[in-house]
Design a protein around this ligand. Structure first.
Ligand SMILES: [Zn+2]
Length: 388
């Protein structure tokens, strides 16, 4: 079956194409061209989205849950519910992200998540589902001083054997590791994780600038929720943030909900990292898409009130969705919708080494895309050609 999708524009997302003509066959993109240069094939179903824009499906490389589900607690049967919820916000792929918890509980969760990742793709299903593409270990190798809500009793000094245990439990599906480079043993684990093509991300850290730089030399190539759970920037003692913002060889992510980082500082961040290296994440937890109340974030009890998730005095993840993060970028900065989309698609795919298959619209790739209104609202999300 052949389907032709047309709209006002298409973001590849490096380029913008006017009057696009996106041809889908067997769940994959077989052709991208311009309507003006192409007659509609007679054997195809045509779906026209009027003045909307077609963009690659969003990728969220840091998400703990949503729709009442927590990735560390949900069963393999429940997890697709999170995937369905995420497509209502334009997401087609995500990294299930852990928090510091007892090692046994973490390993049990990693085993379950590995099962979900290995499950046959539901591509083409009429109800689209965002796919878990990998696991992000946020902890247990974090700084006590900058732990945020991660329980101190579950923080662990990094060693290669402990990393190996987590890796085995996850059957090699660990794609990202957030680690504080100043903690003893961290550099060795950074080098080992990088050797296994894990995207090593510095974060939850009180590192001084030279230590952060040493981590990059050891193999770190990204930074986790820049500004949050980091030694603050001082202009004479810039610390880890000085390295994150000034090093053009690394990418970095940020939570653009207007709560975790002020809009003005978001704008500074975008200017520093630029349209090629800025990455949007949600850090969303189970309360996302749910009413205010009490929720779980792994082992942590979280209170959500007026869009703010807290445990004690600390922010405990967010209830942000990726489409809102994209719209916020266009509100907080001079970036266009296309540039904001890039920070939610191709840039995260690049950061984690998945850009050959995800984060862009190109012939040959699975048809994972989102249809956005000119204001950036999600009209439809398609996974593997399903959902049109
Ligand atoms: Zn997180």
């Amino acid at each position: 079956m052949k389907t032709v999708v047309t709209a006002r524009r298409l973001y590849t997302p490096i380029d913008e194409l006017a009057d696009p003509f996106l041809v889908i066959e067997d769940g994959h993109i077989s052709e991208i061209s311009s309507r003006t240069s192409r007659a509609t094939p007679t054997n195809a179903t045509v779906v026209d989205f009027g003045d909307a824009a077609l963009a690659p499906g969003f990728l969220d490389i840091h998400i703990h849950g949503g729709a009442g589900l927590d990735v560390m607690r949900a069963s393999t049967e429940e997890l697709p519910g999170l995937g369905e919820f995420l497509t209502t916000h334009g997401v087609t792929g995500y990294f299930a992200t852990t928090v510091a918890a007892p090692l046994d509980a973490t390993c049990a969760a990693l085993d379950r998540l590995a099962g979900s990742i290995e499950k046959k793709s539901s591509a083409g299903k009429s109800t689209p589902e965002a796919r878990p593409l990998g696991i992000h270990l946020e902890g247990p190798f974090l700084s006590h001083k900058r732990r945020g809500v991660h329980p101190p009793e579950y923080l662990v000094e990094p060693t290669v054997p402990i990393f190996e245990r987590l890796w085995q439990a996850a059957r090699g599906h660990v794609r990202m590791l957030t680690i504080a480079p100043e903690v003893p043993g961290a550099m060795e684990v950074i080098a080992e994780a990088a050797r296994r093509n894990v995207c090593v991300s510095i974060g939850h850290s009180d590192a001084e600038l030279p230590v952060a730089r040493e981590a990059v030399k050891a193999g770190a190539r990204h930074a986790t929720h820049t500004f949050n759970a980091m030694r603050p920037l001082d202009h004479r003692n810039p610390g880890i943030i000085g390295e994150v913002l000034s090093d053009d060889t690394i990418t970095a992510d940020i939570i653009v909900d207007g709560i975790h980082v002020s809009p003005e500082v978001v704008k500074l961040f975008l200017q520093a990292k630029g349209p090629e290296r800025a990455v949007l994440i949600t850090d969303a937890m189970s309360a996302t898409g749910m009413p205010d109340g009490q929720y779980q974030l792994g082992p942590i009890q979280v209170e959500v009130k007026d869009g703010k998730a807290t445990a004690g005095d600390s922010l405990a993840g967010s209830v942000l969705t990726m489409d809102r993060a994209v719209r916020n970028v266009t509100r907080f900065s001079y970036w266009t919708l296309r540039e904001a989309v890039r920070a939610a698609t191709l840039n995260p795919a690049h950061a984690v080494g998945l850009a050959a298959k995800y984060g862009k619209l190109a012939p040959g790739l699975e048809a994972n895309f989102v249809v956005l209104s000119p204001a950036g609202d999600v009209i439809k999300t398609v996974v593997g050609g399903g959902g049109l």
